[in-house]
Design a protein around this ligand. Structure first.
Ligand SMILES: Nc1ncnc2c1ncn2[C@@H]1O[C@H](COP(=O)(O)OP(=O)(O)OP(=O)(O)O)[C@@H](O)[C@H]1O
Ligand SMILES: [Mg+2]
Length: 236
């Protein structure tokens, strides 16, 4: 099978006043279509940097990124915006929902950017939120929702466009352990049911067990890649 995501000798350096930080220092990875992949490593090892480069949110200093054989590192900002809208969903640790919008409006937003009519997008958002157990919360704003509910809204927003690839940066980092398990179950089930590729960052070895493949990052480099034979299956 051809990989859907390829990174070649990927580097990202940040320059502060007088020092250069090597956040990523030559990363090579390949992720297959439909694979669930965890990126693990200690704080500051470069996990978020890797994810945001793969998702085209930040340009690399050097190296190449191909998604569906398209050269992400060569795209202009407007090409990237369009590519992300068509292919990628992103889930953030801090949810990043629009505070002035209710749950339905937040989830429907990517469909608005795709030019889908208000009626159709509202209906699609309600259907998805209903499936995620949020029927009672369609019209609540983020501040009126618990952390776990907000993360379900943000997962719904990430998948409403049926992206082939879902990226999630510490999606359970702000949640208690019980809610974390629910969110991991939902996210991995959605990805597996849709045959989507899911790449998530975690510093929790237990969460990594949801993945088919576990990429260990140390000091901006791939330390090793484990194939997980006994993956956890979500039960929601
Ligand atoms: N915008 C930035 N400017 C300068 N340095 C940065 C920037 N973003 C990240 N870094 C540095 O790059 C390195 C990797 O950061 P990154 O956020 O990728 O780590 P991480 O593995 O996600 O850590 P954590 O588990 O704490 O989220 C760190 O040394 C960090 O301080
Ligand atoms: Mg991080």
């Amino acid at each position: 099978m051809e990989p859907i995501i390829v990174a070649k000798d990927l580097k990202k350096f940040y320059r502060t006043t007088n020092i250069r930080i090597k956040a990523l220092d030559g990363v090579d990875i390949e992720i297959l279509p439909g694979e669930v992949c965890a990126i693990v490593g200690t704080s500051g090892s470069g996990k978020s940097t890797l994810l945001s480069l793969l998702a085209g949110l930040e340009p690399p200093t050097a190296g190449k990124i191909f998604i569906k054989k398209r050269a992400i590192h060569k795209m202009t900002e407007s090409e990237l915006v369009d590519f992300r809208l068509q292919n990628i969903g992103f889930v953030f640790q801090s949810f990043n929902l629009m505070g002035t919008m209710n749950a339905v409006e937040n989830v429907a937003l990517p469909l608005m950017f795709k030019g889908i009519s208000r009626g159709t997008r509202t209906q699609a958002a309600k259907k998805l939120l209903g499936k995620m157990g949020l029927k009672q919360h369609f019209y609540n704003k983020p501040a009126e929702l618990s952390g776990g509910q907000q993360q379900r809204v943000s997962i719904a927003r990430a998948i409403i466009t049926k992206p082939e690839i879902i990226f999630a940066d510490e999606p359970t980092g702000n949640l208690d352990s019980h809610t974390s398990v629910q969110i991991m179950d939902i996210m991995t089930n959605v990805a597996r049911q849709r045959n989507a590729t899911l790449v998530f960052v975690t510093h929790d070895p237990e969460k990594a067990l949801y993945a088919d493949k576990i990429i260990h990052i140390i000091d901006g480099k791939v330390d090793r890649i484990d194939i997980n034979e006994q993956k956890l299956e979500g039960n929601i």
